[in-house]
Design a protein around this ligand. Structure first.
Ligand code: DMJ
Length: 453
């Protein structure tokens, strides 16, 4: 009798303890209610964009007006948001937006544009929406844009110039970075697969190979490189903005195109990242900065953009490191109730205070939830969504923050907020059949690409 009670007592205590972190925390979460709320927030922001910024690149949510990147608009928010709208099931709105884009978007403009941003936002957006709708007009626009961007690669090294003129093919600005050189193959490669013309794949792949060839002896890349000479002008190495998605695309291009060169480049790079940038500290696992030639630690900073890496680690199959890093990201978020652009993980202090409505930490929670089915990532998603509503929500849309410390807002809502932040948040809570996670590769702007070839 005594023995039985001890066993029962032990069992009750054990069950309570194991329930404490997961079940109790998530007991209040109803995924379908949150998914619907995210969907409503998307439509609220989209309505504000239509009301104040229709036909322009983006919404200024405080002054209730618009901004364009250049002297003319390329409907950045509309193209970026279209596949989110489709996935959320806003059918009529998506049809009319698609029709508007097909009829009015023109790349025949005498304007210098950023090759990287036009590739990930517009080329990526057009390609994914084409795959979701089979509207040939979108593929024609994507091909036209791809053709107009190609002159950017006509440099002595094959790595692209930063800006290219869409009408004349003239180029400018030769100091670039790994992200802007190495985050192009997914889109250009897909364009090749969908049009049957291999030139897009080959040109973007050559640029990627040239960038990889410029790595240091210890297999790290720096932050700035002169694409006319291949010489590094800044040797700071990290996984943050200006480098980040170069690594992401090495792995994703291996998976999407079964490109073994990309696989080798990814494996080699990951070893160097693990050896020189990963940092296991009393505050958790982080990835800091080091000099690309010596591997010597420079600073212990991490930021909102770096939070894409758990998602990449999930794709690479390293769930353990992905979970550890996402837990660290959550600490960065919780320090001020929302994440800063840059954070020092040894002092746990903010280094650069803005929050630009970035998606990466949510993207990683989504990948981790798909990979583990662990409800703690839903709980994280709920925290992120609550903070967004508390600090960034305006009467009609959402606004960036000048500072996560003061929570002062700034007058901008970037197109990726509707392409990425709200999409990943929605997909995290929506039923898995909304999008088959294993059948797509997201480009770095969250545009899902299907391997239809
Ligand atoms: C997006 O434009 C892309 O995700 C890019 O790779 C870097 N980050 C922004 C959003 O934070």
């Amino acid at each position: 009798m005594y023995r039985v009670s001890i066993v029962v007592l032990f069992l009750i205590t054990f069950l309570r303890a194991t329930a404490s972190t997961h079940d109790q925390d998530t007991s209040s979460i109803n995924p379908s209610i949150i998914a619907e709320e995210v969907r409503n927030e998307f439509m609220r922001s989209w309505t504000a964009y239509k009301k104040y910024a229709w036909g322009h690149d983006g919404l200024k949510p405080l002054s209730k007006s618009y901004y364009d990147w250049y002297s003319t608009s390329f409907f950045m928010t509309a193209v970026d948001a279209l596949d989110t709208m489709i996935l959320m099931g806003f059918e009529e709105e998506a049809d009319s937006t698609r029709d508007y884009i097909a009829k009015h978007l023109s790349f025949d403009k005498d304007v210098y544009v950023k090759n990287f941003e036009f590739t990930i936002r517009l080329l990526g957006g057009l390609l994914s929406s084409f795959q979701l709708t089979n509207d040939q007009r979108l593929l024609a626009l994507a091909k036209d844009l791809g053709d107009r961007l190609l002159p950017a690669f006509a440099s002595p090294t094959g790595m692209p110039y930063v800006y290219v003129n869409l009408k004349t093919g003239a180029v400018r600005d030769s100091i670039s970075n790994p992200a802007e050189i190495g985050t192009l193959l997914l889109e250009f490669g897909t364009l090749s697969m969908l049009t049957g013309d291999s030139k897009y794949y080959n040109i973007a792949k050559y640029a990627l190979l040239q960038l990889y060839a410029a790595r240091s002896e210890i297999d790290l890349v720096g932050e700035r490189i002169d694409i006319t000479t291949g010489k590094w002008t800044k040797t700071d190495s990290h996984i943050s903005g200006a480098i980040d998605s170069y690594y992401e695309y090495l792995l994703k291009c291996r998976i999407l195109f079964e490109d073994q060169d990309c696989g080798i480049m990814w494996e080699t790079s990951l070893l160097a990242i693990d050896r020189y940038l990963a940092d296991d500290t009393p505050t958790g696992r982080w990835y800091g900065r080091a000099d690309m030639n010596t591997g010597k630690r420079t600073v212990t900073t991490f930021g909102a953009l770096d939070a894409f890496f758990p998602a990449v680690l999930v794709l690479a199959g390293d769930i353990k490191s992905a979970v550890e890093l996402e837990e660290s990201c959550l600490k960065m978020w919780n320090a001020h109730g929302i994440e800063p652009e840059v954070f020092d993980y040894s002092t746990m202090k903010v280094v650069s205070p803005p929050y630009y409505l970035n998606p990466e930490i949510i993207e990683s929670a989504y990948y981790l939830h798909r990979a583990t089915r662990d409800d703690r990532f839903l709980k994280m998603g709920e925290i992120f969504f609550e903070s967004l509503k508390q600090y960034c929500r305006t009467d009609e849309a959402f606004a960036e923050l000048k500072s996560v410390i003061t929570k002062e807002k700034s007058d901008r809502m970037e197109s990726y907020f509707m392409a990425e932040t709200l999409k990943y948040l929605y997909l995290l809570f929506a039923p898995p059949e909304t999008l088959d996670f294993n059948a797509v590769i997201f480009n770095t702007e969250a545009h899902p690409i299907q391997r239809t070839w």
